[in-house]
Design a binder for this molecule. Structure first.
Ligand code: SF4
Ligand code: SF4
Length: 353
């Protein structure tokens, strides 16, 4: 096949020799301490991985430092997990202790393995995306400041805990499949600068960008009109036409969703469901959203059986009881009356039509 300059590279070119040599031979793993995994191969080889948290948006200096650590302890082998934990892969067990000492000296958080909170994934936020309601990375920092004990193993949770933040409902992060998701929401109709739209917007593609058919051409103004009845405030149109603005400091906020998971273990993979429709978007520390997430984790940790993910716990106790035990008010916003709701009613990823 011809070599192209796009798409992911072939993973086989990058895996450490110890993994390549033992491919398909790994028998089991143990977790001797928080953040440390030992993988045992049927050939007798042991691979140790040491996991640390990352802020996901990182500087060049930070990447250089990770590479230097990997060069010193892991023959240069390091990987990022799907939730952007950094994993140092050691084939030489004698180096594990000194690696842990160096990581502690450099204030890395070691943990996130097994029944623990993993690294919090998030979308681009104000730093990059023009649809962003909120600053995803700032919100993650505040949430993780509260929950870091669950990462490093000082406090335990009944099962894996995945948290994600998306800064708008387009949710280009993993929010639909996380135990707890924080999603930024616009709540007011996008504003159109007709004069600018007539000069720089392509009407047809702007109309086509709307998933609910809320945009119609306005031939008189050579612009577009948006129907408040049909608009769900997703902000998609603003990404296509710069003359449309969705930002509203007073109306915008964050919502909290619960119960998603990717895993097939015990039950089918699940999509998240709306738990809290609106909280203020309150930088720089987002106290309302942070407190709500912490509360959900604590109530779940107290009520769930060992191994029970948040969605499984909710299914066992029932959606109604979930609102009782968490003290979250059930409102009309929890009732899905969207015209395409027959598909969104489903809380599993396994669709059948
Ligand atoms: Fe942009 Fe929305 Fe993705 Fe955030 S979630 S980066 S606002 S598309
Ligand atoms: Fe359509 Fe979303 Fe724009 Fe509303 S915000 S008009 S639903 S694209």
């Amino acid at each position: 096949m011809p070599k192209t300059d796009f798409g992911p590279p072939d993973y086989r070119e990058m895996i450490p020799p110890i993994v390549a040599e033992n491919y398909g031979k790994w028998r089991y793993h143990t977790i001797p301490q928080p953040g440390v995994l030992k993988h045992f191969s049927e050939s007798g080889v042991v691979l140790t991985s040491v996991r640390v948290a990352s802020p996901r948006l990182v500087s060049t200096d930070f990447v250089r430092e990770i590479c230097d650590i990997a060069d010193a302890y892991c023959d240069g082998h390091v990987r990022f997990t799907t939730r952007h934990n950094i994993e140092f892969l050691l084939s030489d067990e004698s180096k594990v202790e000194s690696l842990l000492e160096e990581l502690a000296a450099k204030d890395y958080m070691v943990g996130g393995v097994g029944h623990a909170i993993s690294n919090v994934v998030h979308t681009q936020g104000w730093i990059h995306c023009k649809s962003a309601v909120t600053d995803a990375s700032g919100l993650v920092k505040c949430v993780m400041d509260e929950l870091q004990d669950y990462y490093v193993g000082k406090r335990s949770v009944p099962a894996r805990l995945r948290i994600a933040v998306a800064c708008c409902v387009n949710m280009c992060g993993a929010c639909h499949s996380s135990d707890i998701a924080i999603v930024g929401i616009h709540r007011t109709l996008p504003r159109v600068d007709h004069e600018m739209a007539s000069k720089i917007c392509e009407v047809r593609s702007t109309v086509a960008s709307c998933p609910t058919g809320a945009i119609r051409p306005n031939p008189k103004l050579k612009s577009i009109d948006i129907s408040d009845e049909k608009c769900m405030y997703c902000g998609n149109c603003a990404a296509v036409c710069p003359a449309i603005s969705t930002m509203d400091p007073d109306g915008d906020g964050v919502s909290i969703w619960v119960g998603g998971k990717v895993s097939n273990a015990r039950t089918t993979p699940k999509l998240t469901r709306l738990a809290i429709p609106y909280l203020p978007n309150n930088p720089p520390r987002w106290p309302e959203a942070t407190e709500a997430v912490k509360h959900l984790v604590e109530v779940w940790a107290e009520g769930a059986k060992p191994g029970e993910r948040m969605g499984e716990w909710i299914d066992r106790i029932g959606w109604e009881r979930f609102f009782q035990v968490t003290g979250i008010p059930f409102t009309d916003k929890h009732i899905d009356d969207f015209s395409h709701a027959t598909t969104t009613f489903r809380a599993t990823t396994q669709f059948r039509f």
